[in-house]
Design a protein around this ligand. Sequence first.
Ligand code: AMP
Ligand code: MG
Length: 343
Amino acid sequence: MHTTYYKINHVNKEMNRIVQAGQMIRDGGLVAFPTETVYGLGANGLDESSVQKIFMAKGRPSDNPLILHIAHLEDVNPLVKMLPEKALQLAERFWPGPLTLIFKRSELVPETVSGGLSTVAIRMPDHPVALALIEASGVPLAAPSANRSGRPSPTTAQHVLQDLEGRIDYVLDGGPTGLGLESTVLDLTVDVPTILRPGAISREDLLDILNDVAVDEPSSQQKPKAPGMKYTHYAPQAPVFIMDETGEAFRSKLNALVDDFHDKGQKVGVLVTHEDAHRLNGDVIKVIGSKYHLASVAANLFKMLREFDETSVDIILAQAVPEEGWGIAIMNRLIKAAGGKKL
Ligand code: AMP
Ligand code: MG
């Protein structure tokens, strides 16, 4: 399959390309597009066989549900059994934006979209290209992140091509995504609304509108509520290990570890915050951003994990960031990339 690449600098000037891509969606094709979080891989979210192509292109397990992307608030109505008052308030406050809401799904939503669950995840992305594509398609777009399953999510169109060139119909390049981590996923089908995946919209943000918000702890669950939570994600080729230390403790431990790996003939990649990025050994050192400006860390995380694949490192040592605000979402992704491994 040939993948058509279009750079979209201005939605209005390049509307003909977006209309073409929207037609491809209606014809059952796959279109990768930018959102404010990461690049998505879109298909007609109301058509079973179109949605199945997403799973094939990504190599995604079929019980891992997809998010439906809409461009107008009223588009949520036909997709859900009911729209709770609190959901409406959340949508009015945070849409378009990086908040995905989970509802009881209507008959209109194909089984494949919800990975066999009775629920459906919906959001309105805050990106002009995404919104224009959804409008041009005239259907909700089922769209997971546009990476091969298990790989770090794409934050540029080049990342999408690395993983999916020849497997999808179009890539719309809207430049690097702003936030760099996927949306907050909030389950509204349970007694206490529950965060299933942390993102840019924090628990505190949600508490402005909700009386109580629980945070799902995957380890304590019997059965994962979101099947996606049971799979390893976001991983570069070399194994990742997390280190919790900072300052002198980090430096001396890291340098000792690097010596050990060198003795075994292994090359070491280091992912470190700006504050601790001096006097470190290691073969490839990447400064991910400042721990006092975690938005920069979020924006760089997936990109830098991918960059290690272009080096010959055998192992990656990644410094943890404080688990506050953005740090919660960052550490959620980093822990998955490391498969929970620490040193
Ligand atoms: P991604 O595929 O990277 O865009 O992530 C989509 C994620 O949204 C899934 O892996 C799930 O964690 C979550 N999700 C989507 N639909 C549902 C649903 N019906 N119930 C729970 N989680 C969902
Ligand atoms: Mg993903």
